[in-house]
Design a protein around this ligand. Structure first.
Ligand code: GLP
Length: 247
């Protein structure tokens, strides 16, 4: 696992966008894994800017998002479908049929999970997966205790995750209690992984991630074993790591 330290959120967003653009230019058929949350918003803005100025093309790129809330329709302003359309897809020349996000509204969630896992495999796997990280080490919505061998599955969200995400809803009660997420194995099988972290709320997570201990109690820790994982984190996120000299 490699790590690049940057000054702040803006620099993290720029570095990550450059990294992604480079991969898109070198592989027109890139399978790109995407994340939601506050962290990647700046990256998506930079990808849009680049697309408008330099015309980087996403015409043959396929995207696979990590997760979606169960119970929210695609049109719901808190769904990850809506987030991705607003913050990225509608501003690029990507084809709608090439963007994939698990459906949070269907009759059979287990079947939806199996279908999603097959879609990724049929596409040839994910070339580059973008990740944020939860304060408790969750990646996608894989909460502490999730098996490292898990594939796309239904999860009960940790109360701490619901509280952290309540800022996007009117109240905590509105935050769904379940989600569909790629499993840890699904994520780990990506050829390359780019994890982004910015700000004070990620300081403890960075300490645990970079301590090197690999445990299912801290899902992101599996990335220590990944042959091509890169972290781009800002000074604030790495502040405690440096204080205790593990980086
Ligand atoms: C959410 C998402 C994750 C995301 C994480 C951190 O629950 N499911 O994919 O990485 O929380 O979010 P943020 O970037 O807003 O801190």
């Amino acid at each position: 696992m490699n790590i690049i330290e940057v000054k702040n959120y803006d620099e993290m967003s720029l570095k990550a966008a450059e990294y992604i653009i480079n991969r898109v230019k070198n592989n027109l058929n890139l399978n790109l894994g995407l994340a939601t949350g506050g962290t990647p918003k700046g990256v998506y803005n930079k990808l849009i800017e680049d697309h408008q100025q330099n015309h980087t093309s996403y015409k043959q790129v396929k995207t696979f998002n990590l997760d979606e809330y169960i119970g929210l329709s695609k049109e719901d302003s808190n769904s990850y479908h809506h987030y991705m359309n607003e913050n990225l897809f509608q501003h690029l020349n990507i084809l709608n049929e090439n963007t994939h996000i698990p459906s949070g509204l269907n009759d059979d969630n287990e079947a939806e999970c199996r279908k999603y896992e097959s879609l990724i495999i049929e596409a040839g796997g994910i070339d580059l997966q973008i990740l944020g990280i939860g304060a408790n080490g969750h990646i996608g919505f894989n909460e502490p205790g999730t098996s490292f061998h898990s594939k796309t599955h239904v999860v009960d969200l940790a109360q701490s995750t619901r509280k952290a995400n309540a800022r996007f809803f009117h109240s905590l009660d509105e935050v769904p209690t379940q989600a569909i997420t790629m499993g840890i194995q699904t994520i780990y099988q990506s050829k390359e992984i780019l994890l982004l972290a910015s700000g004070k709320s990620k300081q403890d997570a960075m300490v645990k991630l970079l301590s090197g201990e690999i445990t299912e109690e801290f899902p992101a820790s599996i990335l220590n074993n990944h042959p091509k994982a890169l972290i781009i984190a800002d000074e604030e996120a790495l502040f405690r790591v440096k204080e205790i000299s593990i980086f």
